[in-house]
Design a protein around this ligand. Structure first.
Ligand code: CP
Length: 313
């Protein structure tokens, strides 16, 4: 694997999942693989799970890890080509990326959508610029349009939990939120589920369509209860409007995932990538139920990251 920015970078998905499951059994089996190598973790946005799981996964392989937080550890980056830098930005991203590449063997970056400029988010402007000057393998720890490490962990979780021979029904349902939330987790989940042998449905209120480039011909329903019928896995996630870019959708509080709604499913397993706004997106009862997979997902983040790093090495 030369990079891990999307599912398209995975040469053999089944092998990658198997690598992760083997690390889950024996996390230190390759503890010297990355001896003498340095992984740089660049965070332009906050993180708990991605930060800790990627660092621990790297350390399980013998990497030294350097972590940098934007606005705290390094200079404010300029991203415009030819900019006269007489304002608040101090270092051009091309200079910073070149230098980071001199010090690190593998680099991972988190650079969310800003939800203000649809074109630059959709084109992954920051990720693309950073990669252009880095000259080292790059891993996305969530960029503007995708969160592949999360989706790999989600895919592993569904695979581990599903013991029947028939295809599981997986539903991605929109949930309410009070803030503008990017589309990356939902987009990525759509891509990874469409690469699996599952019966997959997306449900969201009318007008809250995801980017059609990700949805393609995936089944979409605007009636949540209809979509939840017989679901084996229910992935709840908020996203802001894609059409009215970044707008918070108001008036859909009744889309919160509740115990009552889970009764429509086939004893379905609720999933969420976390962090979650409890009793806004999903009720406490659902998140804390025996059926909930939220901590299986977060635990699998470790082995997803470890499998990706191993394949890059
Ligand atoms: N799910 C996820 O990416 O969590 P963090 O934002 O805490 O890393």
């Amino acid at each position: 694997m030369k990079q891990f920015l999307s599912i398209n970078d995975v040469e053999n998905l089944e092998n990658l999942i198997q690598d992760a499951l083997e690390y889950k059994k024996k996390p230190l089996k390759d503890e010297h693989l990355a001896k003498g190598k340095t992984l740089g973790l660049i965070f332009m946005n906050s993180s708990l799970r991605t930060r800790m799981s990627t660092q621990k996964a790297a350390e399980n392989l013998g990497f030294k890890v350097m972590t940098f937080n934007a606005g705290q550890d390094f200079w404010a980056w300029e991203t415009e080509d030819g900019a006269v830098m007489n304002g608040t930005t101090v270092e051009h991203i091309k200079d910073a990326a070149t230098v980071i590449g001199q010090y690190c063997d593998v680099v991972a970056i988190r650079c969310f959508a800003d939800l203000k400029n649809k074109k630059s988010d959709t084109e992954e402007k920051i990720l693309t610029l950073f990669q252009k000057y880095l000259n080292k393998p790059l891993i996305s720890m969530e960029a503007a349009t995708r969160h592949p490490l999360q989706s790999l962990a989600d895919t592993i979780t569904i695979k581990e939990q599903w013991k029947e021979t028939k295809k599981p029904k997986v539903v991605l349902t929109w949930g309410p939120h009070i803030k503008p939330i990017p589309h990356a987790v939902a987009n990525s989940f759509v891509e990874w589920m469409n690469a699996q042998d599952v019966d997959f449905v997306i449900t969201h209120p009318e007008g809250l369509d995801l980017d059609p480039a990700f949805v393609g011909d995936t089944q979409v329903a605007n009636n949540q209860e209809e979509a939840l019928k017989d679901a084996d896995f229910v992935y709840i996630k908020n996203w802001s409007s894609f059409n009215d870019y970044g707008k918070v959708a108001e008036g859909y509080d009744d889309w919160m995932l509740t115990e009552e709604k889970m009764k429509i499913t086939n004893n379905g397993r609720p999933m969420h990538c976390l962090p979650v706004r409890r009793n806004v997106e999903v009720s406490d009862e659902v998140l804390d139920s025996e059926q909930s997979l939220i901590f299986e997902q977060s635990y699998n983040r470790l082995f997803a990251a470890q499998a990706v790093l191993k394949n890059i090495l």
